[in-house]
Design a protein around this ligand. Structure first.
Ligand code: KG4
Ligand code: ZN
Length: 360
């Protein structure tokens, strides 16, 4: 039986500073602690994440998060056997803050360092939460990312398609903003949509006419803007019902696109163990139900990790680091912070850059 390993995970690639401690005792994995310190209050006035403010806040908070995660895990720093850290993709200042902190800890404690791809962290989460076996299909859908990944191994990902512009979370946030609803937009649009008519506005279902699994959401957001402006011009403002109907119609369009692209991504894969989702947008009940329906129609298990492990966190980084560590991967003091780091080396890079940094 391999010796037990206690691994510390660090995450700082966007606007959450996170630290977690994971123990693997001969295959028995226990998450001892997982702490996340969000920064939305620091960026609220700017309408988006300000990279310099984020980087400084990460640098200030990482030490404290590590101290708290270690204390909550009931261990001492000297019990840590390896450090896993997000080395990209993400906002470069934040990634650098995490990588420098991890290097200092690894050097000071004399333990190995493992650089982790943030997207791999999300994509491998179903293995931490449910022990899912390879291969499976993952839809990563958040404020910064949207891609279908076939996962064949801890370092073997095939991107079947992704957004060519905005991520769905970004679209939710922008729609909320243009309807005067609070941020983050996802939950407020979902709430407003509950009393709305999804059929009132005929919004586009972008790229459904194009083969494959690539997606586009920026035109959908613009269509909501146009519908809003038409209403405002005609009646001088928006009623609560108009807002609810716009939200419901937007959500229905997004649902139709994601469901159809998921159906295409799943068809012909044959041997999958499940269809899993991750990312903040996976919290949406309408989208979740549609995706679950697509999986069910193909006789596949559908899996959505608990929300705290769906959104940015360090437990997923510790887990992905553990998988890499078990496979013998070690990084040196020359570990680089990477703003872009595609998971699938064979596919062309996704174009564009979201409000939270590079797409991949
Ligand atoms: O994964 P996440 O916490 O952060 C990153 O983007 O990395 O995702 C945040 C995004 C935001 O854009 C937020 O509006 C969206 O997830 N979101 C939702 C819901 N809850 C959060 N979108 C739709 N429906 C929700 N219930
Ligand atoms: Zn993320």
């Amino acid at each position: 039986m391999p010796a037990p390993i206690t691994i510390l995970g660090l995450e700082s690639s966007c606007d959450d500073t996170a630290a977690a401690v994971l123990r693997d005792a001969g295959g028995e994995v226990t998450l001892l602690s997982s702490l996340v310190s969000g920064q939305s209050d620091l960026h609220a006035a700017y309408g988006g994440v300000v990279p310099e403010i984020a980087a400084r806040a990460h640098a200030e908070r990482l030490d404290l998060m590590v101290e708290q995660a270690v204390a909550e895990a009931g261990i001492a720093l000297s019990d840590i056997d390896a450090i896993a850290v997000t080395a990209g993709p993400g906002l470069i200042g934040g990634v650098l803050s995490g990588v420098m902190c991890a290097k200092g800890l690894a050097l000071g404690l004399g333990v190995p360092l493992v650089g982790v791809n943030h997207l791999a962290g999300h994509a491998l989460t179903p293995r931490l939460t449910d022990g899912v076996a390879f291969p499976y299909l993952m839809l990563l859908v958040s404020g910064g990312h949207c891609q279908f990944l076939r996962v064949d191994g801890a370092d073997d990902f095939t991107r079947l398609g992704g957004t060519i512009d905005d991520a769905p979370g970004e679209a939710f946030d922008k729609v909320a903003k243009l309807l005067g609803l609070p941020q983050p937009g996802g939950p407020s649009v979902e709430r407003a949509a509950l009393s709305g008519d999804p059929a009132r506005f005929a919004l586009p279902r972008p790229l459904l006419d194009r083969a494959g699994c690539d997606m586009s959401f920026s035109g959908l957001k613009t269509a909501v803007l146009r519908a809003r402006d038409t209403l405002v011009a005609a009646q001088g403002g928006l009623s609560e019902q108009d807002r609810a109907d716009l939200c419901a119609s937007f959500q229905a369009a997004l649902r139709d696109v994601l469901a159809e692209k998921a159906r295409r991504a799943l068809s012909g894969q044959g041997d999958l163990t499940c269809f899993a989702v991750a990312g903040g947008v996976a919290a949406n009940q309408i989208l979740r139900a549609a995706l679950e329906g697509v999986a069910g129609a193909q006789g596949l298990r559908f899996l959505a990790p608990p929300l705290a492990l769906c959104t940015d966190n360090a437990a997923m980084i510790a887990w992905a680091g553990l998988e890499a560590f078990r496979a013998g991967r070690r990084d040196g003091m020359d570990l680089a912070a990477r703003p872009r780091w595609p998971l699938d080396h064979r596919s062309p890079a996704l174009i564009g850059s979201g409000k939270k940094g590079a797409k991949a």
